[in-house]
Design a binder for this molecule. Sequence first.
Ligand code: XCC
Ligand code: SF4
Length: 642
Amino acid sequence: MSDVTKKKQVDRNRSIDPAVLEVLSKELPCDTAYDRYVAQQPQCKFGDTGVCCRICIQGPCRITNKAPKGICGATAYTIVARNLVRTALGGASAHSDHSKHILLTLKALLDGHAPDYSIKSPEKLRAIAERFEIATEGREDMEILADVVKLGMDDYMRMSGDSVKWIEKTVTPGRVEKFKSHNIMPTSVFETIASATAQTHMGMDADPVNLIFKALEAGLADYTGMHIGTDMSDVLFGVPTPVFTEANMGVINPNKVNIAVHGHNPLLSEMIVQAARDMEADAKAAGAEGIQLMGICCTGNEVLMRQGVPPVTNFLSQELPMMTGAIDAMVVDVQCIMPGVQAVAECYNTRVITTSENAKIPGAHHIDFSEEKALEQAKHAISIAIDGYKEREGVECCIPSDKNKVVAGFSVEALYDLFSAINADAPIKVITDALKSGELRGVALFAGCNNLKGVHDENHMTIAKELAKNDVLLLATGCAAGTYAKMGLLTPAAIDTYAGDGLKAFIKRLNEANAGKLEGDLPLIFHLGSCVDNTRATNLATAIANDFGVDVPKIPFVASAPEAMSEKAVAIGLWNVAMGLPVHVGVVPPVTGSDLVNGIALQVAHDVYGGYFMWETDGTKAAAKMLEALDYRSWKLKVHAE
Ligand code: XCC
Ligand code: SF4
């Protein structure tokens, strides 16, 4: 082995996923994110700390001791705060654009232009309608849907006056009051995106506190888009219930047509699942044993939650399944799709198929996806994959054998269903009683991405194991859940290995009360879904707070993005802080260039909203801080004293 190759392998040793390490240990014909991360070192300190301003084209202005102000006179705190608002806006825009497409598809369904879609969960539709006091008695589903869609669209488009209903009706009364009294309640999603973008234009707001509050408003606009996305996806594709499957690269089957779906929006991936079922015979006619679908990132989480499609990998390693030589097509929709996938695809004869007019990749196939022809287009994508399979014949594949069992599909409804077996009148009491008795020390949500500033998947694993040992009930979404799926933490077996006695007893009781109802036992960590489904966790936190008769800042509930990467993760972090939760972030975000802004994130937010950020890159220390935050809240609430 040459020195260069050896060095590459050391540099690439930035994951704890054995399948990833196996692929990266080979001499590869093209580079991956792991190599490009190394090539990017050292990264710019100005950008890293948030003190680079490019908001006007006199810039970039960079703050140093010698030049403490930008050309316009903006100081570090203005620049850092303004950049944070813009980052949050990127996230809010991404989530709300995703959900806008779902709303528009429902509108098309109402207008008779989306023939392949239908209302899969009339129960959820009615539950949403009741939440907003929309009449349901004696009305047809489509009539109710029309009202719900209109309300969703109003929450996107209102220009003044009223505030977002999707927030008002899904959080505690205390939060509604707080958001209104502190002027961070959005009027609508688009209003916040427009006004916040304006506020951060050159020569506009220079006040860091005002800007940070606007960032929180952007966070709440993000929450709105996400919540609408989850609700409407449940209506359109069904409310998730427990599914039993497998994860990691061992799910790739060399004898089948292997198709990865990647991105976020279930509008397409759900159709791909349906089309794949319809086209098994075509795959067999081409000499394959069938079609193997698998998911990457959050569209993968969507079809895992509702269809049991196995996740093959998460964000950071998205290029690697192709490097097994066995992926015939990767169908992508929106967000978190590295442009680098195309170069890898060209080395390994994979067809990358883009499907969104706002997410194209040069060199890839493109299907201009529309709800009018959804199933037909999904079938076209599958036929491209089958063509790929035919060409693959005889090519040697190198597939890591690693895979783990997965139990996922835990919508709030599914959890309540399980809890009802213990307490039918008040399912949430199953959690609050366990918190009161001290059986559970708290609840933690793991969200977010992967980030090469740390070791891939390491923080997710370290923190979860530590909290499990300390009897914290664990929830997960997005690529955090992807890690746990790949690494075997979404299994009953993981309870024996990692859970403390209290958590063990809690899950055991649930298993016993629900014996025979599910295909198998419950897992150590409850997978709530994709990134947009983080609002499911908020629904739980809200229910816990309401049951305790307090507001969210008082309950022992923490959130963590151990490997945050995207603008969406920043937006999610911000609204979780606004909701009143301690939010750990395992990567130091670009705000440390201003002590003032950093201080607001870490402390002032706490004084005003009850939530706050904790930056901690070390997983073990992060777990300790999260436990401390939980214990402090339990002590204040005196839950254990009852
Ligand atoms: Fe993207 Fe959602 Fe992050 Fe994964 S977790 S890297 S945003 S796919 Ni939401
Ligand atoms: Fe420089 Fe001010 Fe322009 Fe930013 S807005 S680039 S600090 S002159």
